[in-house]
Design a protein around this ligand. Structure first.
Ligand code: XMP
Length: 429
């Protein structure tokens, strides 16, 4: 803006990347009601150029040590320019600055609210589906649960949810999900026990991407089989959300590398007989959560950590066996139970146990044990694209480790993962 309107922009020998304190030197409508009595805010920056002089009729309202013109405005024309990034979570009051711009200055009303999103989506679902029947793969995670209540609200009886027990679920998960949706929410749910089918299909396979594809394909096969039992089903609903779409963008869009193929996006066979409906495809997780609450789902479901579609299949390193899954789900349940009991569950974004098929020596009572290793993983993140490992208290980790050793046979060692993303990913596979 400075360059186009007659000011001057040049390369700066002092580049600003990351944290920068910016002084607020004049009142500005962008800075209205910031609820700060400080004259400086902490911002996030990323630039190697700087504005040397402002265009005519502009004035400066913010400045930092290396960018004396960090905020400029032409009040009459309502032009505003910032040299820092208000959209980044680390910028103090960034959200308020954007709100001031969008709501006050541009006069856009606040209509992107849960109730409106729901209304829009319900109308769209009705229009798309008409009187046809829909099958939904209900996993019990936030995303598919929200799709279930949303579809139930939109088309009621036309919806049948299918809950596939693939043998890779968390402890007692199947019963809990079916009970909640059938009994509490009045949603039609069919439970399919396909454990053997999944374990057989995964037998002898140790490559993570291949495992994902097999789990995805088996899941779709089971669905097709269920679909063929119910007359006139035309649609398969899925809980795909926007970050899944971004992370799975392939080279055909040129937008991102395939980091991991998420089975609810990739892997759908071309000859699939059902049309696909993904009502949450354009929404971020926080929006999905707000919708869930508005639709009456309980907080525990809505605020649950994400669980990957391939489930414990990508938390058992290498080849998957039922015996490994049984050990892992018990260890995982102890970890999650303690996080909840000690008030730490909501402080971490995702926590789980991982099964390492290596054996290590231990002593148990008078004997020598030679059993498997469990790694605990807990991360803090906003968008799951980057994440920091959680600095959980040592006493807590100590307690969880002791409980796992005492209560889960087959484990002789518990470790804690202290890697962040990047360079590691959140899941181990
Ligand atoms: P990563 O391991 O890629 O995980 O850092 C980022 C987030 O995505 C979840 N995840 C998956 N979810 N299918 C899913 O539905 C998958 O194949 C998959 N792989 C990773 C992971 O749990 C984390 O929340």
């Amino acid at each position: 803006m400075a360059g186009k309107l007659g000011g001057k922009v040049s390369k700066s020998s002092f580049r600003e990347f990351g944290y920068q304190e910016v002084n607020l030197v004049q009142d500005c409508p962008l800075l209205k009601n910031l609820e700060t009595n400080k004259s400086a805010i902490k911002t996030w920056t990323s630039h190697g150029d700087r504005v040397e002089s402002i265009p005519e009729n502009f004035s400066i309202f913010a400045s930092s040590s290396n960018a004396p013109i960090a905020g400029m405005m032409d009040l009459e024309k309502k032009y505003f320019g910032l040299q820092f990034h208000p959209e980044v979570t680390h910028t103090e009051f960034g959200k308020e600055i954007i709100e001031n711009f969008v709501n006050d200055i541009c006069r856009c009303p606040k209509i992107w609210l849960a109730e409106n999103i729901i209304k829009d989506h319900i109308e769209k679902i009705k229009r798309t589906v008409g009187s046809e029947k829909v099958l939904l793969g209900l996993s019990g995670g936030v995303d598919s649960s929200v799709v279930a209540v949303l579809l139930n609200e939109a088309i009621g009886d036309q919806l049948t949810c299918v809950f596939v027990d693939n043998g890779l679920l968390r402890l007692n998960e199947g019963d809990a999900v079916v009970d909640m949706f059938n009994k509490n929410l009045g949603v039609k749910v069919i439970r399919v026990d396909a454990q053997d089918k999944f374990f057989t299909a995964l037998s002898g396979v140790d490559d993570p991407e291949q495992k994902r594809k097999i789990i995805g394909k088996t899941f779709i096969d089971v669905f097709n089989r269920e679909a063929s039992k119910i007359k006139n089903v035309h649609w398969l609903a899925q809980g795909t959300i926007y970050p899944d779409v971004i992370e799975s963008a392939d080279s055909s869009t040129g937008k991102a590398h395939v980091i991991k193929s998420h089975h609810n996006v990739g892997g759908l066979p071309k000859d699939m007989k059902l049309k696909l409906i993904e009502p949450l495809r354009n929404l971020f997780k926080d929006e999905v959560r707000k919708i869930g609450i508005e639709l009456g789902l309980n907080q525990k479901i809505v605020n649950r950590h994400p669980f990957p579609g391939p489930g414990l299949g990508v938390r058992i390193l290498g080849e998957v066996h039922k015996e490994y899954a049984d050990i892992l789900r018990k260890a995982d349940a102890v970890f999650i139970e303690e996080l909840e009991r000690q008030g730490l569950y909501d402080q971490v974004s995702q926590a789980f146990a991982v099964f390492l098929p290596v054996r290590s020596v231990g002593v148990m009572g008078d004997g020598r044990s030679y059993d498997y290793v469990i790694a605990l993983r807990a991360v803090e993140t906003v968008d799951f694209m980057t994440a920091k490992w959680s600095k959980l208290p040592f006493e807590f980790l100590d307690y969880v480790s002791t409980r796992i050793m005492n209560e889960v046979s087959g484990v002789s060692r518990v470790t804690y993962d202290i890697s962040s993303k990047p360079p590691s990913t959140i899941e181990w596979e």
